[in-house]
Ligand binder design. Structure first.
Ligand code: SF4
Ligand code: SF4
Length: 261
């Protein structure tokens, strides 16, 4: 059999949900397995984390000193490094501890906190090693994964999707939940990629795909206030799954400052 490009899927601090985007490919995963060789994919079977590969997909954020060592090794072993999902790309829910007294949490949860070894802050992968492509979402979709593999096999990067979810709503003729129901929807500042999933079920977007291109967070914060949200509630809209993404982080801190005025 001819040499197929080698692919690894690595897990760091995460829930495994983005790896499921591979398994959810179903039959397409079998087709993909004919095109590429899955060298390391612990959730599906093969375990060889130290192998050199053409494409490394990385799920999860960096929370421990051991993870820092591992990601440097993954980078050294990979031609392309692709982050998959909110944790790897912008910290994920784990990064919420960066804004809290994490030591107090550890002491409150673990009977023997002295055995817990974690970094002072949680960070996305790109803060420590160069990243070739970031796929956003919590979780990413199978469609994004297929597009990334296909493009990288041709030696190019896929076109970045950074339109706002609102545009996807318009394309699908979806009734706006903010206008029709007064829901505090994050769609005006969130990048598309999900097909406006939440508004299509009549609920507000909570920003799981991270900031879109040129997000006007100031205007949206004002709109949320107009809908009756308190400044801390506005802050929590931004400081959620993608709290370490700079645009959302700054907007959340600004709202939190306002709550102290
Ligand atoms: S429902 Fe949300 S994402 Fe859709 S158009 Fe309205 S504000 Fe934008
Ligand atoms: S609508 Fe928003 S919260 Fe819902 S899946 Fe899409 S990006 Fe995520």
């Amino acid at each position: 059999m001819r040499n197929r490009p080698r692919v690894a899927i690595h897990k760091f601090s995460s829930c495994d949900g983005c790896q499921l985007a591979f398994l959810n490919l179903g039959e397409a995963l079998l087709t993909a397995a004919e095109l590429v060789e899955f060298v390391h994919f612990a959730e599906a079977g093969p375990v060889a984390p130290d192998e050199k590969v053409d494409i490394a997909f990385v799920e999860g954020s960096l929370s421990t000193p051991h993870e820092l060592e591992r990601i440097r090794q993954v980078r050294a072993n990979s031609t392309y490094l692709v982050t998959i999902g909110a944790c790897a790309t912008s910290g994920g829910v784990q990064a919420l501890r960066n804004m809290a007294d994490a030591g107090q949490w550890v002491a409150g949860i673990y009977a023997q906190p002295q055995y817990i070894e974690s970094l002072a802050t949680v960070s996305p992968i790109a803060q420590h090693v160069p990243v070739d492509l970031e796929l956003w979402g919590c979780p990413v979709t199978s469609r994004q994964i297929v597009a990334a593999i296909r493009a990288l096999l041709f030696g190019v990067l896929p076109v970045e999707e950074n339109d706002k979810v609102c545009l996807e709503c318009k394309r699908r003729q979806q009734v706006c939940v903010m206008v029709s129901k007064g829901e505090p929807c994050m769609g005006p500042v969130t990048r598309t990629g999900c097909g406006a999933l939440c508004p299509s079920f009549g609920r507000d977007c909570y920003g799981c795909f991270g900031p879109a291109e040129n997000p006007n967070t100031t205007a949206l914060s004002r709109r949320f206030a107009g809908l009756g949200l308190l400044p801390e509630q506005v802050a929590q809209r931004f400081l959620f799954i993608n709290n370490a993404a700079p645009a959302f982080h700054a907007a959340g801190l600004k709202a939190r400052e306002d709550s102290h005025d």
